[in-house]
Design a protein around this ligand. Structure first.
Ligand SMILES: Cc1cc2nc3c(=O)[nH]c(=O)nc-3n(C[C@H](O)[C@H](O)[C@H](O)COP(=O)(O)O)c2cc1C
Length: 207
């Protein structure tokens, strides 16, 4: 599928084939494809919990204000933005840059200090925005990656974040920007036409 077609045909789908089981291999392939997502200083501050078992889907559905698609979809990607990921990932990122000849060890050390200054402390608003911003990029990639494997998706922020964190044993300091239901389109279901989009002239200007 080409990029224009993917952008024009992605929809938030409410009709999933409840009998379809997605394999763990396909889930991993979708995650791998989305892994080409860019991120601030390549720091990749996301974690993804894939909720696939019927029991966990039902529990997750309850935390998502009983949105039926959560249990009807084949799986749900819980996108987790982790403010601590900077400290967790930065040495690997910088080592890769040094190994690949992007920069010297000295420059890498300066970069580390720059990043720790730029993204402030782990509990700062700046750090949370950093984590959510980048994780949301990954989330969008996930939706298109799923399409590349013949799946439909539905992004959701209709959920009780604390309930989801408790259910998945997530630490208090992480943020869940979005949960994405993913599955096969239910045969013979009909989507309503795509809803209103603002005219681009209303939200853009070229200067
Ligand atoms: C971050 C985000 C959160 C959303 N949360 C929900 C949700 O909880 N439940 C729902 O039914 N739709 C949700 N939607 C879907 C939107 O309503 C949908 O994207 C919008 O109406 C446009 O439709 P389309 O995606 O088919 O173009 C969400 C979309 C986004 C991007």
């Amino acid at each position: 599928m080409d990029i224009e077609k993917a952008l024009k045909s992605r929809r938030s789908v409410n009709f999933f084939d409840q009998n379809y089981t997605i394999s763990d291999e396909e889930i991993n392939s979708i995650l791998e494809l989305a892994n080409y997502t860019p991120s601030s200083m390549n720091l990749q501050p996301w974690k993804i919990i894939v909720v696939k078992s019927p029991d966990m889907k039902n529990k997750l559905k309850e935390a998502c204000f009983n949105q039926a698609k959560v249990s009807e979809a084949s799986c749900n990607f819980v996108v987790v933005a982790d403010p601590h990921a900077l400290e967790e990932n930065i040495d690997d990122v910088l080592k890769s840059w040094v190994d690949l000849g992007y920069m010297s060890e000295e420059t890498a050390s300066n970069y580390k200090n720059m990043a720790l200054g730029l993204y402030e402390t782990q509990d700062s608003l700046k750090r949370k925005i950093f984590a959510v911003k980048n994780s949301s990029f990954y989330a969008m990639s996930l939706m298109y990656a799923a399409m590349a494997f013949g799946y439909e998706t539905h992004p959701m922020d209709g959920f009780d974040e604390n309930k989801v964190k408790n259910l998945l044993n997530l630490p208090e300091n992480v943020i869940i920007p979005v949960i994405i239901a993913c599955g096969k389109f239910k045969k013979d279901a009909v989507l309503l036409p795509r809803a209103f989009r603002r005219n681009v002239k209303k939200f853009s200007k070229i200067i």
